[in-house]
Design a protein around this ligand. Structure first.
Ligand SMILES: Cc1cc2nc3c(=O)[nH]c(=O)nc-3n(C[C@H](O)[C@H](O)[C@H](O)COP(=O)(O)O)c2cc1C
Length: 164
């Protein structure tokens, strides 16, 4: 099974989930950096309006080639009920994602609103087959069972592909 876990994280929650998911599934990690380099205040003052209008940030890496993987996982923090500008850009930067199984997750304070729907729609627009979506709160991030259920979803999607 080959899994690529792509994530953005400014304050560590999404990174923590992504790293434990990688340990549980043997997946490879791709951390997306927003080159805006936000301060804490800047995330709110500049990041929120950008997230609200679906802005695509300048990111590093600028191209994310997933053609060698079976499953692509994309994890985003929730900013004002949306994926972050870095994740909007990361989805646009994917190469070879057409026809891949995708799973999405977000971390938030508990009000993800339309974040996962938006992310699913963006990935489907790139030709991915989105099979699962998980919303995690700050408390879930500390709970090993929450990451394990996300890992189960990834493993199940892999098994289904083998059966097909
Ligand atoms: C600019 C900004 C906007 C946020 N908007 C929301 C929101 O709409 N709903 C929510 O539940 N949490 C919101 N949060 C909380 C984050 O989604 C949450 O802390 C997330 O786990 C951060 O991920 P990270 O630590 O990987 O950067 C916001 C945080 C920031 C910095």
């Amino acid at each position: 099974m080959s899994v690529c876990i792509i994530y953005h994280s400014e304050t560590g929650n999404t990174r923590s989930v992504a790293e434990r998911l990688a340990a549980a599934t043997g997946g490879d990690l791709v951390e997306v950096q927003d080159l805006a380099g936000y301060s804490k205040a800047g995330m709110y003052l500049k990041g929120i309006p950008r997230a609200l209008r679906g802005h695509k940030a300048d990111i590093e890496p600028a191209v994310i080639d997933v053609s060698g993987y079976d499953t692509v996982v994309v994890g985003t923090p929730v900013w004002a009920g949306n994926p972050t500008p870095a994740i909007n850009a990361a989805v646009a930067a994917l190469q070879g994602v057409e026809g891949k199984t995708a799973i999405v997750f977000c971390t938030s304070h508990g009000a993800p609103q339309k974040t996962l729907e938006t992310l699913k729609t963006m990935l489907a627009g790139r030709g991915a087959d989105v099979q699962g979506a998980v919303s995690l709160t700050g408390r879930d991030v500390q709970d090993p069972r929450a990451v394990e259920s996300l890992a189960d979803l990834v493993r199940r999607s892999e098994k289904e592909m083998v059966v097909q």
